[in-house]
Ligand binder design. Structure first.
Ligand SMILES: NC(=O)c1ccc[n+]([C@@H]2O[C@H](COP(=O)([O-])OP(=O)(O)OC[C@H]3O[C@@H](n4cnc5c(N)ncnc54)[C@H](O)[C@@H]3O)[C@@H](O)[C@H]2O)c1
Length: 324
């Protein structure tokens, strides 16, 4: 397949782009490099600002794609609370510009478990009520609805993949997570253990969970990559549109992550006990049954230490991330 990957110089996009290429697909990456890294992707690349309608249309006029996988977005929850307009602009407008020129082309979209808001059940199924608690989640849910409307009008199918916590790196340590600023637990814990970063702050140790820390569902970035190919194949094969949780179904606490990082690095993770953060649910865990049934997808990286080991190797090999 000839596939357009937006945001393909970012963390999940670059790993997915390589996964697609390794599976025999022709991949074109576009990215404005605002957060991404040129060194993260060595295939066909076009520097493109997706907020520039004319540039997007001009680019798409000259190319034909059988599918698009749209990763490009701003993804800092705290920043979205402070700058909601920026998030509505950055996360919704590019989808409109792309869809204007991609009539009938299947669209795979990076959605998020943040579309659910505060969980009312122990694990989250796709039919759980959607009440995002921050602008980031609102923008992602808005795009899901935009894509559903496009589909209903007969202008192209879509798959909204609601990722839980993306984690880990390529097993050969060649590519991994390099956000600036980094806000995700595993890279911060690994960097703290390796002495590349100061102590980690644990946001709340008095939650209603077995060890008092928050529980999340950590899904390896290569498992995310395979979910995108499975979703795109379904759409290209004429399968119905929909939204699918992409998670392991297993909840892991912050303390369990710190213990695992300690074991895999051989060093304790220095940390500070901080206050709870507003809007943080105590637990966010996927029910991934629908993705298994409809996409024939399930997470393979289910051993926590093995998953964390990939992140440790990446940070050891690239203490400064990508060198641009
Ligand atoms: N990382 C996670 O745990 C997680 C969880 C749920 C959903 N997501 C979603 O997955 C996607 C990828 O996440 P990531 O962690 O790889 O993020 P990332 O920031 O590493 O990658 C996003 C890429 O998009 C590019 N980009 C942003 N705005 C652009 C624009 N206007 N024009 C062109 N390029 C633009 C950035 O330069 C960057 O390379 C995002 O949509 C994010 O919301 C991530």
């Amino acid at each position: 397949m000839k596939i357009l990957v937006t945001g393909g110089c970012g963390y999940i996009g670059s790993v997915t782009a390589r996964f697609l290429r390794n599976n025999g697909h022709e991949v074109t990456v576009v990215d404005n490099l605002s957060e991404g890294h040129r060194g993260a992707w060595d295939g066909e690349f076009h520097e493109l600002e997706l907020l520039d309608r004319e540039a997007v249309h001009h680019f798409l006029d000259g190319h034909q794609f059988e599918g698009v996988i749209h990763f490009a977005a701003r993804a800092y929850v705290g920043e979205s609370v402070e700058q909601p307009l920026r998030y509505w602009h950055a996360n919704v407008v590019p989808v409109i510009f792309l869809c204007e020129q991609l009539e009938g082309v299947p669209f795979v979209f990076s959605s998020t478990c943040a579309t659910y808001g505060v969980p009312m059940t122990e694990t989250l199924s796709e039919d759980h009520p959607k009440n995002p608690v921050n602008p980031y989640g609102n923008t992602k849910l808005a795009v899901e609805r935009l894509l559903r409307d496009r589909d209903l009008a007969g202008h192209g199918s879509y798959a909204a993949l609601r990722y839980f916590n993306a984690s880990g790196a390529e097993p050969d340590a060649s590519h991994g997570e390099a956000h600036h600023p980094e806000t995700h637990l595993i890279p911060l814990a690994v960097q703290a253990a390796l002495g590349q970063h100061g102590p980690l702050t644990v946001f709340g140790t008095d939650w209603d969970t077995p060890d008092g820390t928050c529980i999340r569902d950590y899904v390896h970035v290569l498992d995310l990559a395979s979910a995108h190919l499975a979703a795109l194949k379904r759409l290209v094969g004429g399968g119905a549109s929909g939204a699918w949780n992409i998670g392991t179904g297993v909840g892991v606490s912050v303390r369990e992550i710190l213990d695992s990082v300690g074991r895999t690095t051989g060093s304790d993770v220095p940390f500070i006990e901080g206050e709870r953060r507003d809007g943080d649910p105590s637990m966010l865990v996927a029910n991934p049954a629908l993705a298994k049934a409809e996409l024939s997808w399930e997470a393979e990286w289910t051993q926590l230490d093995t998953l964390i080991e990939t992140a440790v190797q990446w940070h050891r090999a690239h203490p400064q991330g990508y060198s641009e």
